[in-house]
Write a protein that binds this ligand. Structure first.
Ligand SMILES: Cc1cc2nc3c(=O)[nH]c(=O)nc-3n(C[C@H](O)[C@H](O)[C@H](O)COP(=O)(O)OP(=O)(O)OC[C@H]3O[C@@H](n4cnc5c(N)ncnc54)[C@H](O)[C@@H]3O)c2cc1C
Length: 418
């Protein structure tokens, strides 16, 4: 180690990578830590789980990033605690790392809101292992039922998706297409048309952050594709083969996908500061933690107030990327002896895809788009956001093949334990 300032970035998500990119020309020693050796593109995890794209389409080697940045080193290591007083980060697989500047971008994890049995039996969709696990589980249910028809009669092929936000809507839409487009032909001896995908949402509407016309479109598009909507309904208990609902109904289903809630990464508990709703780290307008001008929190883990609207910014990819970049810019200013600047979020709108030819988009001015045009916009934006040409090529291949043939060639399970 030399005498240069030590900058430690926690997390190689949108926020962490955005920060690292802005520090490319810093005369500093930068270390980026992530529990994985790859960056995960979360918005397309449901496409891995439903066999549209390969794992590598949504995961990009972090060392490709460090290869392009001579002041950056990467370690695959799990952060266990942050010691603000002693300016150190504790890690599971390495000695503690000291820092002069710290950027916390560890993202969020699933929140089961204490629903009985959810932690044990539900399938969340926040990491690549989550997506692979869900795909394997669903494929196994069909293979098992094909050998033992009684399982199908017991609801083994039914799936309950919890949450009517973009994650739940996108997952339910992709699952029903996998069911009706592929499994009906794959398993001619099973009652595949009777296999259900149910979407359970507490509110009476889907996609609550979108305008009414989009909400209505989403309901219609999912219903037409065969998803059973249970709105104004909630899950109260999850068992391996049954899902119990608020209304008292018990649904026969051996799979429950949880897309209903987030909480900040639990390492925030070690900071010893007062946290905001969902355990998020409150930051000032320049994204630093109060009393710690050397510590930034960015992305999903942070409670960021919009400098213009004074509202709390949502946990979105755009917010994560831009806040990470801003933290990087601010550290550059600090290294040059300048004052930090407040973060201005540039809202580019929100979008979601429901199925083939059916997507929705809402622009910052409030204009909405639906159907094929929105799907093209969705595809363009997601393609641009993917990290690396190889991930883009793999995604294009998966999308192109699925669109042309309706076949999902990724519907295979590879067991490394054999
Ligand atoms: C299924 C899904 C769909 C989504 N769809 C959209 C969408 O369509 N549009 C949109 O704008 N946003 C979407 N989002 C939200 C968007 O993906 C997040 O807002 C964004 O990824 C947050 O970026 P981040 O860098 O803050 O956190 P993350 O992307 O979560 O990155 C955090 C990083 O920290 C690492 N990490 C975690 N714990 C540790 C630890 N203990 N030690 C070391 N490393 C650790 C993780 O491996 C990860 O690489 C979606 C999210 C999900 C889950």
């Amino acid at each position: 180690m030399g005498d240069k300032p030590r900058i430690v970035i926690l997390g190689g998500g949108f926020a962490g990578l955005g920060a690292a990119a802005k520090l490319k020309h810093a005369d500093a020693e930068i270390t980026l830590l992530d529990q994985h050796d790859y960056h995960t593109f979360q918005p397309m995890l449901y496409q891995v789980a439903t066999a549209v794209v390969a794992n590598e389409a949504v995961a990009h080697p972090l060392r490709d990033v460090s290869g392009k940045q001579s002041n950056l080193r990467i370690h695959q290591a799990r952060v266990t605690a942050i010691d603000l007083a002693n300016r150190q980060v504790h890690l599971a697989e390495m000695e503690a790392l000291a820092y002069d500047y710290l950027i916390i971008g560890l993202g969020a994890t699933v929140n089961f809101f204490g629903v009985k049995g959810a932690a044990e039996h539900a399938f969340p969709l926040y990491t690549l292992p989550d997506a692979v696990r869900l795909k394997k589980h669903v494929l196994k249910k069909w293979e098992d039922a094909d050998k033992n028809r009684a399982l199908a009669d017991d609801g083994a092929l039914n799936i309950v998706v919890v949450g009517g936000g973009p994650t739940g809507v996108e997952s339910a839409g992709a699952l029903i297409e996998l069911y009706r487009g592929n499994f009906v032909k794959d398993y001619p001896d099973l009652p595949a048309q009777a296999a259900q995908v149910l979407l359970v949402e507490n509110r009476l509407e889907l996609l609550s952050m979108f305008k009414k016309d989009i909400q209505a479109y989403a309901k219609k598009a999912l219903t037409q594709r065969g998803v059973t909507l249970k709105l104004g309904e909630g899950v109260v208990e999850v068992e391996p083969t049954r899902v119990h609902l608020k209304s008292g109904e018990s649904v026969k289903a051996h799979t429950l996908v949880w897309g209903a809630g987030l909480q900040a990464h639990p390492v925030t508990q070690t900071l010893g500061i007062e946290l905001q709703k969902g355990g998020r780290v409150p930051v000032g307008l320049d994204l630093t933690v109060a009393g710690h001008p050397e510590v930034y929190a960015v992305g999903d883990i942070a409670w960021i107030t919009d400098n213009n609207t004074h509202e709390i910014l949502p946990q979105l990819g755009g917010v994560a990327l831009q806040s990470g970049e801003h933290a990087g810019d601010n550290i550059m200013r600090q290294l040059r002896g300048k004052a930090t600047e407040p973060f201005d979020y540039f809202d580019k709108g929100i979008m979601a895809t429901i199925g083939r030819g059916a997507a929705v988009a809402q622009l910052p001015g409030g204009q909405t788009m639906k159907g094929k045009t929105a799907q093209l916009a969705w595809a363009g934006v997601h393609m641009a956001l993917l990290t690396g040409g190889d991930s883009r090529a793999k995604t294009a291949l998966g999308w192109g093949w699925t669109t042309a043939t309706r076949k999902r060639t990724e519907r295979i399970s590879v067991d490394t334990e054999e």
